[in-house]
Ligand binder design. Sequence first.
Ligand code: NAD
Length: 337
Amino acid sequence: CSSTTPITATLFPGDGIGPEIAESVKKVFTTAGVPINWEEHYVSTEIDPRTQSFLTWESLESVRRNKVGLKGPMATPIGKGHRSLNLTLRKELNLYANVRPCYSLPGYKTRYDDVNLITIRENTEGEYSGLEHQVVRGVVESLKIITRQASLRVAEYAFHYAKTHGRERVSAIHKANIMQKTDGLFLKCCREVAEKYPEITYEEVVIDNCCMMLVKNPALFDVLVMPNLYGDIISDLCAGLVGGLGLTPSCNIGEDGVALAEAVHGSAPDIAGKNLANPTALLLSGVMMLRHLKMNEQAEQIHSAIINTIAEGKYRTADLGGSSTTTDFTKAICDHL
Ligand code: NAD
């Protein structure tokens, strides 16, 4: 698409601080003149029997139709008889890869200033297959599922991502020395795909060693690809390296070209409705969505405005040590545009 053709995208403002930070995204996108019409969908208060979830069939259809969306945090209501909202989205939309860039923000000081890595997490299986049962009283079992099809799919995505984004190295993260069959198959698939990309350096790193290397010298890593559980943990560890959950974006990639960008953090009930939330993570997720849509000019403009606002240090939300409200911080970004 060209950068001026209007696009319809699904927007899930979500729960808690979600509507406040979604409002910030809408304001910044409008100021930057991004040609997007938002189709807004809220989490329902009743279970939709067609999805067995508080997400309605119409909401899922909206993403399937538009093929692109932005999602705020969703708090899964406690109780039986329904599926987790995030799991429903992943399963129903077949969102097989979760991509999280983690890079040092200029002007916001953390322990490292040279982090620039991408974690790519397999999103559909592994320990998160939802297959748990009691064998006998006092003994439970959880099944870790690794398939050749899902492993090849995420490995292919990681190498393709590396190639098309000027990255030089892909590290497969595993524990195949202990989990020889499951992680062994995951590695076998990564090796197969690596052979098709001789220009990309391929390496394998055991998960425990990977954690140690990440906290000691994160600049050692470029693109990391891994099964579901390791990806969940490592991606939060990486978020911590660059300043926390309020800053890190992500994008879920599905089959048929579906992309659902989302902030990594939750609904932050402790600060919801107080105009205190940092909208950066959702804004940067919106930037990932724009890059996916090849609206690179607007993506760069918004990205620079966010970075410059944070670097300037005049307007920062409380999680970054400042005292600005969500609306003041948003206004400062708009002023930078
Ligand atoms: P959380 O991420 O909501 O909050 C953890 C801490 O980080 C809180 O102190 C919160 O105030 C702070 N925080 C988070 N985002 C922030 C932001 N943008 N700006 C400033 N501070 C921010 O994690 P939690 O408390 O464990 O979870 C709350 C709810 O969110 C739960 O119902 C959980 O299920 C849900 N959740 C949803 C998602 C998702 O939709 N992807 C992810 C994680 C948690």
